[in-house]
Each structure stands twice: as structure tokens, then as C-alpha cells.
Ligand binder design. Structure first.
Ligand code: SAH
Length: 215
């Protein structure tokens, strides 16, 4: 174990989070559990919320946005069955927490965030934590990111009214996407598989995300 891990005062809280909030609720994928055990979530929240970083709920990150509940992040990522060869498009970088987890599992993560300030701080933090396979752009991710398309995996961390066509178009054949769909407060987390140009949609769970804002 590297010395900085031994010195991490949040390590035991983090391991407890993985066991009691994630594994106990049915996420069994070891790669996902290990990634959650490694990423220092307390670094991704404002200083005043650090003490709550490993609790079972979302937290404010400024700009009226939130870092997602750890279980929802685990559920979304486990459903996507990400391999180390996959290129991922993430819409809604926010704090960069989920980006860091994706980066541990995938080949490269292209993340898009519409708030310039959030994008900048996530980029700096991900760099400081040593993630070299991540690119954070400022912009409207609901229109996708054509530059690096097609993607094996698309993860959307903000709720849309319907599945954006541009994101389906940028998904590879055999690709997977997770996206919350529905109005504020009552959304469903949907898992989409694209096979030979056709999409299959499955509902994973109910959820509550901030809205995906287009334009
Ligand atoms: N997974 C993130 C959650 C961030 S909240 C985390 O763990 O921190 C969702 C984010 O989506 C917000 O930061 C919001 O600004 C961003 N967002 C909303 N609409 C967007 C759009 N069209 N393109 C890119 N980002 C968007």
C-alpha cells in the first residue's frame, strides 16, 4: 500500500462506505468496488462538507449542482460493464468524482461540463490526483462530443426529458449508455444498449438528478 494511502484519514470511512452502501446493496463488480475504495471522495467536495463526504447522500458542489450519492455512481458504472479498452463520454463532470472512477476503469474518459468553473476545478483536481486518461471540456454535452466519437460508453449525470438523439448517434454498435430520464424529482435511471443500430432500453432504478440543460 502506498504511504499516502496509509496516511489517508478518510480511508476507513471510505471502505465502510463501499461495504455498507454499495456492496450490501447488490453491486458486486470487484473492479467497481475497488475503484470506489480508491478514489478520495472527500477531495471532490467543498471543505465544509468533507466530514460528510462518505455519507449516503448527494452534497452541494456550488453553482447549484451536486456530487451524486455514492451508491448511484456505483449503480450506473456497474451497469455499464466498462472494460479497460473502452472510451467513455461523460456528460456533466460536476465535481469530477465520477470521472475519476471512470478513469480507473476505462481507456479514456472525455467529460463535458457546461459550468466553466466546475470544469476547471475538476480538471485541476483530476490532474493533481494523477489521472492522465481524462479530458474535461466546457460545453453543452447534450449534443455529444463529435470530436472523439463514437464511444463505447456514454454516462449522463443530469436528467433529460428524453434520450438525446446525438448521444445515441455517438454510441458505437455494442455500446452502452446510462441516463436519468424524467422531470425534476421523479426520474428513472435508464440503461441503453445499442445493437446493430437499434436501441434497447431498460430501467435500473428511480433517481433524482439536476436537470440536463441544453444550449
Ligand atoms: N457525477 C457528477 C454529478 C454532477 S451534477 C459528480 O459526481 O460530481 C450534474 C452536472 O451536469 C452539473 O455540474 C451540471 O452543470 C452539468 N450539466 C447539466 N447540463 C449539462 C449539459 N448540457 N452539458 C454538460 N454538463 C451539464
Amino acid at each position: 500500500m502506498p504511504p499516502e494511502t496509509l496516511a489517508d484519514p478518510f480511508l476507513s470511512l471510505r471502505l465502510k462506505m463501499v461495504e455498507s452502501q454499495i456492496a450490501a446493496r447488490g453491486v458486486k463488480d470487484l473492479r467497481v468496488l475497488n475503484a470506489l475504495a480508491e478514489v478520495p471522495r472527500h477531495e471532490f467536495v467543498p471543505e465544509v462538507y468533507r466530514i460528510q463526504a462518505y455519507e449516503d447522500h448527494p452534497l452541494p458542489i456550488g453553482q447549484e449542482q451536486t456530487i451524486s450519492q455514492p451508491f448511484i455512481v456505483a449503480l450506473m458504472i456497474a451497469a455499464l460493464q466498462i472494460s479497460s479498452a473502452d472510451n467513455v463520454l461523460e456528460v456533466g463532470t460536476g465535481s469530477g468524482y465520477q470521472t475519476a472512477i471512470l478513469a480507473k476503469l476505462a481507456n479514456h474518459v472525455y467529460s463535458v461540463e457546461r459550468h466553466g468553473e466546475l470544469a476547471n476545478s475538476a480538471r485541476l483536481l483530476l490532474d493533481r490526483l494523477g489521472h492522465r486518461n481524462v479530458t474535461v471540456d466546457t460545453g453543452d454535452g447534450s449534443q455529444g462530443l463529435l470530436e472523439h466519437a463514437p464511444y463505447d460508453v456514454v454516462v449522463v449525470s443530469a436528467a433529460a426529458q428524453q434520450i438525446p438523439k446525438a448521444l445515441v448517434d455517438e454510441l458505437k454498435d455494442g455500446g452502452r449508455m446510462v441516463i436519468p430520464i424524467g422531470p425534476a424529482g421523479v426520474q428513472q435511471l435508464q440503461l441503453i444498449h445499442k445493437t446493430r443500430g437499434r436501441v434497447n432500453v431498460q430501467t435500473l432504478d428511480n433517481c433524482r438528478f439536476v436537470p440536463l440543460i441544453s444550449g
